[in-house]
Design a protein around this ligand. Structure first.
Ligand SMILES: Cc1cc2nc3c(=O)[nH]c(=O)nc-3n(C[C@H](O)[C@H](O)[C@H](O)COP(=O)(O)OP(=O)(O)OC[C@H]3O[C@@H](n4cnc5c(N)ncnc54)[C@H](O)[C@@H]3O)c2cc1C
Length: 287
């Protein structure tokens, strides 16, 4: 393995400085459950690893009047051990509690999951259906982008050199909103999703007033299935309406065949998982 320097900046500004200095020969370290494996596997050669966990904003979980702000390096377990987060963000908790096993969840962060930009990542679709925003720091200051714009290709994110993810901002919703995430994996010990779906809905007077559906492992990036989501707005959450939206999600999915599944299998899975996650989100609003 190529030797690299370890940096542990204490402020956002210090981190930007190191990242800018080393450009594409530096990578951030959050939980390390992707970056250390990839570095050891010599997927890339690094001169610097920038451990962002000592920057306070990166590991804090803060509530404002209208948002939950999750530090980008906050480990998954911190989220699912917080009853308030569990109640308000069920889809996020579905994701956080199935990434790897307990050991992985004690290190792995949603920020790392997002920046790693794997098409099959378990955290990204739930962030999309919760309308999350990425707070990115860089040499030109802070900018924010919707999570659905963050992944631009397999393993590629929308950040420029010198930039890094500080936090993820989730808008607070009312009690008529809920969400759900499910993935299909062939065996319990094989953790990469063959296909996965997150859905969220808001219900008003028995009708769906907002809906978002996002698909994983069926395209080069996680997909916000906007057309399928819009089909349900203003409709009752009946079996038929949910089935129609699920068929649209199946149409939108554009998977490849590989060792984990064929195109046909993956598309069928998207229909089933969209139906299940929409129904689950509706059910969760009702309890
Ligand atoms: C045994 C095992 C099982 C796994 N199971 C799953 C699974 O079931 N589902 C799943 O989705 N993933 C799984 N993973 C992959 C991994 O655990 C997740 O993607 C995890 O969320 C990564 O988070 P991390 O904090 O460890 O990221 P890291 O490894 O620290 O970073 C990941 C990438 O993001 C970059 N990065 C991290 N933080 C920032 C930041 N703040 N700003 C800019 N760039 C940043 C890093 O440079 C790196 O490129 C598994 C991994 C292992 C080893």
């Amino acid at each position: 393995m190529h030797p690299f320097n370890y940096y542990d900046p204490r402020t956002v500004e210090e981190a930007v400085e190191v990242l800018k200095k080393f450009g594409d020969r530096a990578k951030c370290l959050a939980g390390g459950t992707d970056v250390l494996v990839q570095t050891r596997g010599e997927r890339y050669e690094l001169d610097a690893i920038v451990d962002v966990k000592k920057i306070p904003e990166l590991t804090s979980v803060d509530w404002t009047n209208d948002h939950l702000i999750i530090g980008a390096a906050t480990p998954c377990y911190v989220l699912y051990e917080d009853p308030k987060v569990c109640e308000a963000f069920p889809g996020i908790i579905d994701s956080a509690s199935l990434i790897g096993g307990i050991q992985i969840q004690s290190r792995a962060s949603l920020g790392g999951n997002l920046c790693n930009a794997s098409p099959s990542a378990d955290g990204i679709c739930s962030l999309i259906v919760h309308e999350a925003e990425c707070v990115i720091a860089g040499p030109n200051g802070i900018r924010e982008i919707p999570v659905e714009e963050m992944c631009v290709g397999p393993g590629k994110n929308a950040m420029d050199e010198g930039e890094f993810l500080v936090s993820i901002k989730l808008p607070l919703k009312n009690s008529f909103f809920s969400s759900s995430y499910e993935r299909f994996i062939p065996r319990n010990e094989m953790d990469i999703a063959v296909a996965a779906v997150a859905s969220s809905v808001s219900l008003e007077n028995g009708k769906i007033s907002s809906c978002r559906i996002a698909l994983a492992a069926v395209g080069p990036t996680p997909i916000f299935a906007e057309e399928a989501s819009k089909m349900l707005i203003g409709k009752e959450p009946t079996e038929e309406n949910i089935k129609n939206a699920s068929n649209k999600a199946k149409e939108i999915a554009s998977p490849i065949s590989d060792m984990r599944g064929t195109v046909e299998h993956r598309k069928d899975l998207i229909e089933v998982l969209t139906r299940r996650t929409l129904s689950k989100a509706v059910e969760r609003v009702s309890v």
